[in-house]
Ligand binder design. Structure first.
Ligand code: MOS
Length: 760
């Protein structure tokens, strides 16, 4: 049996998904379940002065109407739990105050969804209005400097930025802006809550079952042991299911009040208000360089937005501190508070809009210097992280540039804009660097080999559509030498061994090593049993002499000597062999996701933890090249080809990995050309509330994709060598598209999206 890790194995949950047998959060059917609909504010600032629920209460099928008058009191989480609330200062239905359009102000619970929705329409709300503010520019007097973002510095300086800019032979200084984006996963948010005495089960569309468990327990003032959170499948999260939002606690609150299970599903319209978004950004970038292209100064000043009820920073400048070599650097982040819901991580938070601005600016600099954009990046290649002086754990970005250029046919590009045609279209080529941090957090896993030959593996991680089920199954198969078909990987259940939130592209790198170590622990136990058993053909050999394949333990120097796990377990009358592991490794300074009391004496895990990581910086890189066709008559840009070469360490599954990068590039295509949440300046409400008005790329928009990987294991991230790949495809790609549009047309659009009105 050859090694499965890396192979383009089909999704182990693929059949369940295409047959509809995969159960998503909204599809569980506890007995006697009631349906709840939330009523949202239709103003953006003020108070609810009167809420008339009489007609709703009398409507057919209505069981209960909850407002701030009769809602159960919630407790303020202490911030030390496993998860984070989207809005810590806006616990739902606890006050009359309105901070944004779409804030939950009532919940109607009825026998059916239709009855709940009808009754909700009968609720009359009067407001005391204040003047809302939804515009960064108009609030600019209230700009402030946030202190940090999830433990990271936001104001970063090295050298002397003014000196660096003054010394530069060539300079550019431009402002780039990105609008508000909404995640829009195909599956909306959904929560079902079911109480059994004082025990609560919550089926939730979440990227983090442990975090949701912790938040719910703290909000309700109960012990986390009493709360079980289930999230078996996710129809995309993209960040909006990473932190927990109000509706997720309203379901258990309502269920408790009526003594029945309750389901809440947010509508597509509601998904545009109360579950986070990507902040609008205004990014000023100044670059200084010598005439031969060496950067002397990099300045990246970002203004973003947050709400009045929490702080979230779109960390657009974070990657700028390390992407290129420069002696002088300034990165700043400032915020204003607006009457919108609180922003939240969105599809490569920070890096997506940040690399758009920086990589577009690098293209502008390349033109001004008359240096090829690839060459400019090679001249300024960062051999180490110049901010913290640490070497990279591994970096093969030069090879990414070279291979990417070949894939797109970069040599066919003409530097002078507007000079290349194909029929009625203007043709343009653009490129950019991709980068995303290689996050790893503490994680636990348990592997249990059963006497009947099945292997069960468990971890309270999530598969948010990325392929976690599949790559973890491959990992177990390789460690044990057991065919994939014998292995069941269970996740998405908070009663399983603790794992981190599936955000920040960290699940493969965090959970993979724990799963591998637990499986190797089982294998080691089996081998020890056999080699110390006089009846076994393996008797007397050392552990290193044994390898595993297709359910057999085999003696390397003498392969006719072998026995199966099954025989061994039967002879020893074992029902199972099991091991559980917690790895404590973290590549960043955040709170752990591991379960301390479960720390096992596991050799593989000890070897993993013994790697000295402090001296390295863990970061993934890549290069993306695109070709666009622009129809000058109607100003429409079409991405014709998109080629990426990504360096993310070892690739665990070539098929799901390519999927991930393509998905990221499609997000970037949306950012570049179509996505934008619009607000009405008159009433401060969200205008684009469905997918007819908020455009996302569809099949007809797809380019030809070429995705390749360097696929060299990162020697320091883990014994597997894999870094995350969930988000890096989004980074850089937006800039590559915009740069290609400039190459095609000579139009430099700096405020996204590049819609036809800006090109015509
Ligand atoms: Mo991802 S936006 O870090 O969930």
């Amino acid at each position: 049996m050859s090694e499965l890790t890396g192979q383009p194995v089909n999704r182990t949950d693929g059949r369940l998904k295409v047959t509809g047998a995969a159960t998503y959060a909204a599809e569980f059917k506890p007995q006697n379940m009631a349906h709840a609909v939330t009523v949202q504010s239709t103003v953006s600032r003020g108070h609810v002065s009167k809420i008339d629920t009489k007609a709703a209460e009398k409507a057919p099928g209505v069981i209960l109407v909850i407002t701030s008058k009769n809602a159960l009191m919630l407790h303020q989480p202490d911030g030390n739990g496993d998860g984070r609330l989207g809005e810590k200062d806006l616990l739902p239905l606890q006050s009359d105050r309105i901070h944004y359009d779409g804030q939950h102000i009532a919940v109607v619970v009825a026998e059916t969804f239709e009855q709940a929705e009808y009754a909700a329409s009968l609720i009359k709300v009067d407001y005391d209005l204040s003047r809302p503010e939804i515009d960064i520019e108009r609030s600019i007097a209230h700009l402030y400097e946030p202190k940090q973002s999830m433990g990271r510095e936001l104001q970063i300086h090295r050298g002397d930025i003014n000196k660096g800019l003054a010394e530069a032979g060539v300079k550019i200084s431009e402002t780039y802006s990105t609008p508000v984006y909404h995640h829009n996963p195909m599956e909306p948010h959904a929560t079902i809550a079911e109480w059994n005495g004082d025990e609560l089960t919550v089926y939730d569309a979440t990227q983090g079952v442990m975090g949701t468990r912790g938040n719910i327990a703290q909000l309700l003032g109960i012990s986390p042991e009493k709360v079980k959170v289930i999230s078996l499948f996710l129809g995309g999260g993209f960040g909006c299911k990473g932190f927990m939002w109000g509706h997720t606690v309203l379901a258990p609150m309502a269920a408790k009040m009526i003594g029945r299970p309750v389901k809440i599903v947010l509508s597509r319209q509601q998904m545009f208000t109360c579950n986070g978004h990507r902040s609008r950004t205004i990014q000023k970038i100044a670059l200084g360089a010598t005439k031969d292209g060496k950067l002397t100064a990099v300045q990246h000043n970002t203004i973003g937005e947050t709400s009045f009820v929490d702080e979230f920073v779109e960390t657009a400048g974070i990657a700028t501190q390390l992407l290129y070599s420069t002696p002088n650097l300034e990165v700043t982040h400032k915020l204003v508070r607006l009457n919108k819901g609180t922003p939240t991580p969105t599809r490569a938070p920070g890096e997506a809009p940040g690399t758009y601005a920086l990589e577009a600016a690098m293209d502008e600099l390349a033109y001004k210097l008359n240096i090829d954009p690839v060459q400019l990046r090679l001249i300024n290649y960062a051999e180490v992280n110049e901010q913290n002086h640490k070497p990279w754990s591994s970096k093969n970005l030069r090879e990414c540039y070279q291979r990417g250029a070949e894939l797109i046919g970069w040599n066919d590009r003409r530097a002078e804009p507007g000079t290349q045609r194909q029929g009625k279209y203007l043709v343009g080529y653009g490129m950019a660097t991709c980068t995303y941090p290689a996050n790893r957090s503490p994680a636990s896993a348990r592997v249990k080999m059963m006497a009947d030959g099945r292997v069960l593996a468990y971890s309270a991680t999530q598969d948010i559509g990325t392929g976690t089920y599949t790559i973890m199954t491959q990992t177990v198969a390789d460690a044990l030498g057991i065919p994939l078909s014998k292995i069941t990987f269970r996740l998405g259940d908070s009663t399983l061994p603790k794992a981190p939130n599936s955000g920040g592209s960290q699940s493969a790198a965090s959970v993979g090593p724990a799963v591998r170590a637990a499986a190797l622990g089982v294998r080691s136990k089996a081998i020890k049993l056999a080699t110390s058993d006089k009846i076994s053909p393996l008797y007397g050999y050392s552990e290193e002499d044994i390898y595993v394949d297709n359910g057999l333990l085999i003696v390397k120097p003498d392969p006719v000597r072998a026995e199966s796990y099954l025989h061994l377990m039967k002879r020893h009358k074992l029902d199972f062999i099991e091991d559980e592991v917690t790895t404590q490794v973290s590549t960043r300074e955040t709170k752990g996701g591991g379960d301390d009391k479960k720390k096992a004496e596991n050799e593989a895990s000890k070897a993993d933890e013994a790697i000295d990581r402090k001296q390295y910086h863990f970061q993934s890189f890549g290069a993306v090249f695109v070709r666009v066709l622009v129809d000058p008559a109607i100003g429409k840009a079409h991405v014709d080809k998109c080629a990426a070469v990504i360096d993310a360490g070892r690739i665990m599954n070539m098929k799901t990995a390519k999927n991930q990068i393509m998905g990221g590039m499609i997000f970037a295509l949306g950012m570049a050309l179509m996505e934008e949440t619009a607000y009405d300046p008159n009433n401060a409400r969200v205008v684009t509330r469905d997918l007819a008005q908020y455009l996302v790329p569809v099949n007809a928009d797809m380019p030809q994709f070429e995705v390749q990987f360097i696929d060299k294991p990162d020697p320091y991230i883990s014994p597997i060598g894999a870094r995350g790949i969930g988000e890096i495809g989004i980074t850089g790609t937006t800039a590559a598209i915009v740069n290609a549009i400039y190459n095609a047309t000579g139009r430099r659009v700096r405020d996204l999206p590049v819609t036809p009105d800006k090109l015509i």
